[in-house]
Design a protein around this ligand. Sequence first.
Ligand SMILES: CC(=O)N[C@H]1[C@@H](OP(=O)(O)OP(=O)(O)OC[C@H]2O[C@@H](n3ccc(=O)[nH]c3=O)[C@H](O)[C@@H]2O)O[C@H](CO)[C@@H](O)[C@@H]1O[C@H](C)C(=O)N[C@@H](C)C(=O)N[C@H](CCC(=O)O)C(=O)O
Ligand SMILES: Nc1ncnc2c1ncn2[C@@H]1O[C@H](COP(=O)(O)OP(=O)(O)OP(=O)(O)O)[C@@H](O)[C@H]1O
Length: 514
Amino acid sequence: MTGSAPSALRPLHPVPRALSGLVDEFELDARGDIDGIELTGVSLSSATVQPGDLYVGVPGRNAHGARFSAIAREAGAVAVLTDEAGAAEAAASGLPVLVTPDARAALGAVAGWIHRTEDNPATLFAVTGTNGKTSVVYLLFAVLSQLGIEAGLTSTAERRIGDLAVTSSLTTPEATELHALLARMREAEVRAVGIEVSAQALSRHRVDGLVFDVAGFTNLSHDHLDDYADFEEYFSAKLELFQPDRSRRGVVTVDSDWGRRIADSSRIPVTTITSDPAIEADWRVTVTSETAESTEFRLEGPDGRSLTTSVPLLGWYMAANAALAIAMLVESGYDLDAIAHALERDGGILAYIPGRAERISGERGPVVYIDYGHSPDAFLNTLAAIRKTTEGKVVMVFGADGDRDTTKRHDMGAIAARGADVVVITDFHPRFEDPAAIRAALLAGARDAVPDGEFLEIADPRSAFRAALALAGDGDAVLYAGPGHEDYHEVAGVKEPYSARDDARLALQEAGWL
Ligand SMILES: CC(=O)N[C@H]1[C@@H](OP(=O)(O)OP(=O)(O)OC[C@H]2O[C@@H](n3ccc(=O)[nH]c3=O)[C@H](O)[C@@H]2O)O[C@H](CO)[C@@H](O)[C@@H]1O[C@H](C)C(=O)N[C@@H](C)C(=O)N[C@H](CCC(=O)O)C(=O)O
Ligand SMILES: Nc1ncnc2c1ncn2[C@@H]1O[C@H](COP(=O)(O)OP(=O)(O)OP(=O)(O)O)[C@@H](O)[C@H]1O
């Protein structure tokens, strides 16, 4: 049930809005004739412009978007919104130009106006945190569907409306895509939407123009320190979601100091949740049984009510994620007893999360998981969960992103070395970096942690996975961390087709285990 083509979902029947109305509403400086022009959409990239769109040219790392105004016009754009720096290039396209001091900052409200997002009756759930966002969004979707509610989601893996899905490019879409998606969801009568909100999205105005009904926080650990100067700055970006201009209510996991700080510093009503018996919170989750196939847990609420259910997913943290999803639903007005009834009827939460500790193996041979975890904390948790349900040895295959936070590599290597019996280091999206240097950094972390550990270095991921499989047998587990749901491998700017899930299935067939 993974997505199809990587295209955005837009409304099928947009109701046009007058360009002059936009100018008045946002007091824009209009240059050129705007009379009679109607807008049916808005795009931040010339590559995604559709006829009737407003093209928005913002400055980027590589270029000013206004440079692509002529291409946008050829694709059907009817006007350009940009800043003063882009105005001349935008005007050269011959389109009318609207100027505003910071076009990216204006974008959320503008996209919301064009797509009439305020008319959307859906309940909006936002999920943030370093790990678990995608999982919570899918768990929200699953429980809502089991309640008979038409649901939608946007995640790192896909944008989904019921059975319709497209592959995602960013974790959180740009405001242009997000508002269009919500308009499409309104057409499909979606009543509730789970939205994965990255720190980058908050910092870059991607969720502007929305106020979420309930925001959820999972945790904070080492990641994205290429984008943020330090943890404090990364934390501040996430904290923004728990303020009145972004969300109405919050449910915050207080297992860590970061969570407690969010709960204390937030200026919206916050309900707390924990899976740590030593911590006080409004909601408490206790894992009652863990197997390779499923995790069962009990959730106790603030008013003495509780439920016991299970997720068909590996690890205590999936129980924590499911409990967070349920608490968010209750905070938005759904009844805990109704949720308990639906889950009991169905024998637990019917969730499928693409590429999150996804079990690829069958009945015979080692248990093989493909996971999207690419941070030290994700490695720690997934390895601990696999260790708990594995009698034999644990073999781990992984690499690290090129051109992304380099400071986490040493810890990733060290945690893998400590948690797995055999570690196979391979390439994972080296992008423009030297792949050998990335592997060396991971190996150094592994060797520093476990000097006499068993480490293999195999650059080609296909060969690396097969080498790992050759070392495993019945009762053992192989964890391939990093690629998750993805269907490409990015080397020097080229995305080569590569699905770890498909390749792992093929390797299991070759080995006679599938
Ligand atoms: C560092 C960063 O955030 N870059 C984003 C930025 O790209 P950029 O500044 O490099 O853009 P640029 O190439 O200079 O182009 C400038 C403008 O011209 C437009 N353009 C450019 C070329 C062209 O032919 N036509 C055209 O219209 C671009 O759409 C852009 O609006 O603007 C682009 C358009 O919106 C984004 O796609 C791009 O995100 C890149 C892909 C990215 O990787 N972002 C990461 C940091 C990110 O946001 N990650 C989080 C992950 C969170 C998690 O893992 O938890 C996320 O939410 O996805
Ligand atoms: N609540 C949690 N606490 C700690 N680790 C978790 C938790 N949930 C998931 N993980 C780990 O993080 C990995 C990534 O999970 P998930 O994709 O749900 O996170 P994410 O926040 O969406 O990350 P990304 O935005 O990079 O996709 C999982 O495979 C698991 O190893």
